[in-house]
Design a binder for this molecule. Structure first.
Ligand code: ATP
Length: 351
């Protein structure tokens, strides 16, 4: 499997910067999610890596070899798209083997890889069906099997599960991650869904307006967001941000308790209930604190009437502090380590 190095990649559409000086590494056997809101440049980055768009700046290396000037076919990558890109007139088996036939891989070798991939993705009963006779999840498995048989060093995936319903998406997430681990595949996976990135990825690269906001393990982005953008994008419901003028206090909804008797040192406030959303395992309560609206996640069913006054508290140690003007975290940084070459910006007054 392969290591991908992306160095200072940029793409401009006339005077619009779609991708702005992006650098990262995907290590061999790693599952990296390229995450961000619609239009932030994820697909453009992936398409440049695949060779479907030419970068205006920057270089790409696969296993140390420069691939920037190579055609898509020469790069030896495989791609799984949101649309699956299956040939409707070919059977499942023909779709899976299409790339190997084009590359004139020997018949016995083709059959060996087909058997292996089909067993992994459990498509044995469907080999002679056409894509129109399959469910969305089965089509997705065909696209995956096609990637697996290619034995390419790097697999690029662009929102591959977004056409599936919520239940199947959850199931395919688990299957895909298990398969990636089992085969040691190197995967770069584009998604706008933070839950998908959090649950599947070894490393998340969070993009915003063409740039990388933060790179790190899911728990690093959740617990130690470097900017208010990361704090609000990662986590559902998002982190609360309380404006104090020059600084903002960040506090996660699950760190706020409805009661006044938390263990000191803690922060206490009196708030008014605005609304309650019961989600099954827990309830998200929106409360008003002066001019701010905060979200509080409490376990179980908590039917709190709107207008009711409550005491809330949280531990001081769970607060994060951000600079209002630059949106950067300014609280001391503890145990920050990154497992690729994107350098985290050190907050100005970090301890
Ligand atoms: P989404 O999740 O909606 O697919 P994305 O993060 O993948 O979004 P990109 O598709 O990479 O975003 O697009 C980044 C920006 O570049 C967008 O503003 C888009 O409109 C613009 N863009 C993409 N392709 C072109 C093109 N061929 N010509 C002009 N602008 C483009």
């Amino acid at each position: 499997m392969g290591q991908l190095d992306v160095n200072s990649l940029s793409k401009f559409w006339d005077d619009f910067t779609a991708v702005d000086n992006v650098s990262f590494t995907v290590k061999s056997g790693e599952f990296v999610a390229l995450l961000g809101p619609s239009g932030c440049g994820k697909s453009t980055t992936l398409r440049m890596i695949a060779g479907l768009e030419m970068p205006d700046n920057g270089e790409l290396f696969l296993n140390g070899l420069p691939i920037t000037q190579m055609s898509p076919g020469q790069r030896g990558l495989t791609m799984v798209f949101q649309s699956y890109a299956l040939f409707p007139h070919l059977t499942v088996q023909e779709n899976i083997l299409f790339g190997l036939q084009v590359r004139k891989v020997h018949r016995e070798e083709r059959q060996r890889r087909l058997k292996f991939a089909v067993e992994l993705v459990d498509l044995g009963e469907h080999l002679h069906k056409k894509p129109s006779q399959l469910s969305g999840g089965q089509c997705q498995r065909v696209a995956l099997a096609r990637s697996i048989v290619s034995e390419a060093p790097l697999c690029l995936m662009d929102e591959p599960l977004s056409n599936l319903d919520a239940k199947l998406r959850g199931q395919m997430r688990t299957e895909l991650r298990a398969l990636q681990k089992k085969l040691g595949m190197t995967v770069l996976y584009v998604t706008h869904d933070q839950t998908e990135a959090m649950s599947m990825a070894d490393t998340i690269i969070l993009m915003n307006s063409g740039r990388i906001e933060q790179t790190g393990r899911p728990e690093q982005l959740y617990n130690q967001p470097e900017t208010t953008f990361v704090a609000e994008f990662i986590g559902s419901p998002p982190m609360n941000l309380i404006d104090h003028g020059k600084t903002l206090t960040g506090i996660r909804p699950e760190h706020i308790h409805i009661s006044s008797d938390s263990i000191p040192p803690s922060v206490h406030h009196t708030v008014t209930v605005v609304s309650c959303d019961y989600l099954g395992a827990d309830t998200v309560v929106q409360v008003r604190l002066d001019n701010h609206f905060l979200l509080v996640r409490v376990p179980g069913h908590q039917p709190l009437a709107s207008g009711r006054t409550l005491s809330i508290s949280w531990k001081k140690q769970n607060e994060l502090t951000f600079c209002s003007s630059r949106s950067q975290r300014i609280a001391p940084v503890q145990n920050l380590t990154f497992n690729n070459n994107h350098k985290a910006k050190e907050p100005e007054n970090a301890a």
